[in-house]
Design a protein around this ligand. Sequence first.
Ligand code: COA
Length: 331
Amino acid sequence: MPRTEFISTGYYVPERVVTNLELEDYMDTSDDWIRKRSGIEERRWCKEGQGGSDMAKVATERALEKAGMEADEIDCIVVATISPDYFFPGTGVFLQRKLGLSEIPCFDLRNQCSGFLYALQVADAFIRLGQYRRILLVGTEIHSTGLQVNDVGRDTAVLFGDGAGVAILGPTDDEERGVLAVRTHADGNFAEKLWAPAPACIKNPFISHQDIDDMLVRPFMTGKEVFRHAVTRMPEAIHEVLDEAGLTLDQIDMVIPHQANLRISEMVQRRLGLSDDKIYNNIMRYGNTTAASIPIALSEAVDEGKIERGDLVAFTAFGSGFTWGGALVRW
Ligand code: COA
C-alpha cells in the first residue's frame, strides 16, 4: 500500500485587515484584553459576496502553480468547513465549478476546528486504497459574516477570522515519507460547550425572527472549559500518533497546532517541552480560522522554508464537538 504525500500547499486570506483597535469601535473591548487573552493582533475579513469557495479557489491555484500541476489533474475534492457558502449543497461543488472541473467527487466535512485533520484522515485512506491519485484537501472558513460584532458577541467575535488553506495529496512509494499516522477523536458530551444553536433543523422552522432577535445565530462558547480540554487533548494526540509511528518527541522538527489561541499553543508547547523553533504560530495575524488554520499555517511555514523535505511534522487540533486529533507526516 502506498503512503500519502503532500505534493503542494497553498493559502489565501482576504485583503481586509481588521485590527484589535478597529474592533474597539464596534464593541466594549480593548487591544490589551484581546492580546493578553488570545495573542491575536489582527484578523482578515472577507468582502461582501466573497465565499469560502472563492478563497479556496485562489489557495488552490497557488498550490497548483507551486506543484507545476493543472487543475484537471485533481480527481477528488475534500472540503472541511463549518461556514459553507450555502446551507446546501456543500462548498465542494462550488469550488469544483470555479476550478473548471466537472464530475469529480466533492466531499464536504464539518468537524469544526479539527476539520482539516478529519479530512486528512479521509483523504489518506482514499489514497492508500488507490481510489484517487490527486486529492485537493481544503480548509476554508468565513466567520466574519456569522459573528455578533457587538457587546453581546464580543467573547467570540474577537477570536475568529476568515481564510483558506489547501493541500494537494497523492501516493508515494517512498517508504520513508508521507503521512505516518492520523488519529481523530470526539466527545459529544461537550457539544454545547462551543456551538451555534441556530439555524437548527431540529426546530420548526429551522430559523425564526426570534432566533435572530435573541442573537442565537452566533457561536456560544464556555471559554475556560474549551481551554482546559484543548491543552490536555492536543499534546495527548501528538503522543498518540508518535506511539503509532514508533517515534519520539525529540524526533519532531515542527508542530503545526490548530490556531485557537496563542495561550493554548504556548501551553501545548510547554507540555511537550518544544523549543520555540519547533512550533509554528500565526494566530497573531489571522485569528482562529477553524478548519483553515492548520493548512494556512502549514503553507506559510513551507513557504518560509521552516519545513523541508525529510522533516518530521506533527499536526494537532481541538475544537467544537468536542473533537480533536493529531497527525504525523514525514515531509
Ligand atoms: N473584550 C473585553 N472583555 C471581554 C471580552 C472582550 N472581547 N470577552 C469577554 N470579556 C470579559 C467577560 O465578560 C468577563 O468579564 P467579567 O469578569 O466582568 O464577567 C471577563 O472578560 C473575563 O471573561 P472570561 O471568559 O472569564 O475570560 P477568560 O480569561 O476565560 O478568556 C477566552 C476568554 C475566550 C480568551 C479563553 O477562555 C479562551 O481562550 N478559551 C479557549 C477559546 C478557544 O480557543 N476557542 C476555540 C477553540 S477551537
